[in-house]
Design a protein around this ligand. Structure first.
Ligand code: RNT
Ligand code: ZN
Length: 419
């Protein structure tokens, strides 16, 4: 059978259970997913020489890490060319690009330090998301930034946040796409604190001050990301789940951002998505793969990933959820890491779009749970691969592992030469 015939046959099978695969493919093409620049250089950035801090860590020393803006953009362009679907660029403030002698500290960064990134995004028709960088910097005092009791420290980081709001608005204006600006800090304590509320009150005040910077709410979408613990920050985080969720709930225009690596191991973000959607007009996600802890492994087409995609799709929320990838694996080829993760999330979304969601909901409402189980299991062996193949064909990328040959060639010709 040709690819066309295979797709035709699969399409018919899906149509028989009420799924329009052409419509599914068309819907996925319109749903932007943000690709994080930091997989390409192990979250190093360009504005400092120090180590990665903030309780996060990359492990591995696979050769070929990008060392300059040019290398990172080249690598990212290569990865983007292997992915189907609509993309957005996700940047951290630490990826500011300074001209010779033009370095400024993070409280003073400006749109001009991101002009090259804007060009990169515009050439590829991508919007840009942004993240202030509250880690890997000598002004992180005793592990604290926005919640620091040291007023000078706190002020510095508030100014950084405000500078990032201005840059976010610049991104939105330049690209014509709203910019999601995510606030995450690694603030916390290794051991049992004597005061859990004080740092949170300061954190709250700091975010309020950042958000007091004037900006267009249609262009900049600020959000707050929680975390349960970090390396060296095992006992307490200022930005806990309750803290950030309640902050977003009580501050008009601020979105909650859930990273599925940031919860206790038996908690699942797939179940949290529909809870949030009951209250927030819009929410944001960091999609990752935690292995035993917030390890940020490459996203795969696994059960929880599929479940998260299902919750977005079957609640008709593709237009309400800002989806971004967030992981960093330094132990494998980084172009491949980017590509596998992005493609996996695309598969999860497409698979959710090829599910007879309305019919399944009806079965649940009629309490026909036996039948629901049978049908939910049945669809698992439907010829989804043929739909994926058609989607990739329409997007002009390989549907199967052939994309990896390009990565291997790129590794030989480009990455291996970086010593
Ligand atoms: C850390 C958070 C945060 C970072 C990025 C680099 O645990 O997930 O989102 O991964 O900002
Ligand atoms: Zn995250």
């Amino acid at each position: 059978m040709t690819q066309k015939e295979r797709y035709g046959a699969a399409k018919e099978m899906y149509a028989a259970i009420g799924v329009d695969t052409d419509a599914a493919i068309a819907a996925l093409k319109e749903a932007p997913v943000a690709l994080h620049c930091w997989q390409g250089d192990d979250v190093t950035g360009f504005d400092h020489d120090g180590p990665l801090t903030g309780g996060i860590q990359t492990t591995g020393d696979y050769p070929g890490k990008a060392r300059t803006p040019e290398e990172l953009m080249k690598d990212m362009a290569q990865a983007l060319a292997l992915m189907p679907g609509k993309k957005k660029l996700n940047l951290h403030a630490s990826y500011a690009i300074f001209e010779e002698g033009g370095y400024v500290d993070r409280d003073k960064i400006e749109p001009k330090h991101f002009v090259k990134w804007v060009e990169f995004a515009k050439e590829r028709n991508m919007g840009i998301d942004f993240n202030p960088t509250f880690f890997s910097h000598d002004k992180v005092k005793d592990g604290l930034t926005l919640s620091s009791p040291d007023e000078e420290t706190r002020k510095f980081w508030i100014e950084h946040g405000k500078a990032c709001i201005r840059i976010s608005e610049y991104f939105a204006k330049e690209t014509g796409v709203p910019c999601v600006m995510n606030i995450w800090t690694g603030d916390g304590y290794k051991d049992i604190p004597a005061d859990r509320m004080g740092p949170r009150m300061r954190y709250k005040d700091s975010i309020e001050q950042i958000l007091s910077e004037p900006y267009d709410k249609n262009l900049v979408k600020p959000c707050v990301e929680s975390k349960v613990f970090g390396i060296g920050v095992e006992s307490y985080t200022a930005g806990s789940a309750e803290f950030t969720l309640l902050f977003a709930a009580t501050h008009e225009g601020c979105l909650p951002l859930m990273d599925n690596g940031h919860y206790h191991p038996t908690e699942v973000v797939s179940d949290k998505i529909p809870a949030l959607l009951c209250y927030f007009p819009e929410i944001a996600l960091h999609i990752t793969r935690p292995v035993r802890w917030d390890s940020d492994h490459v996203v795969l087409f696994d059960d929880e990933t599929k479940e998260m995609a299902k919750e977005i799709v079957r609640n008709d929320a593709l237009g309400r959820v800002y989806m971004a990838l967030d992981y960093f694996d330094a132990s494998i080829n980084r172009i491949s890491a980017w590509t596998v993760g992005f493609r996996s999330w695309q598969k999860a979304l497409l698979s959710a779009l090829c599910t007879p969601n309305a019919q399944f909901k009806k079965l649940q409402e009629e309490n026909r749970m036996t039948e629901l189980m049978v049908l939910q299991e049945d669809i698992k062996t439907y010829p989804f691969g043929d739909i994926w193949e058609e989607y990739c064909r329409q997007c002009g990328v390989a549907a199967d592992k052939r994309w990896f040959e390009t990565v291997q060639r790129y590794e030989e010709e480009v990455l291996a030469k970086r010593k």
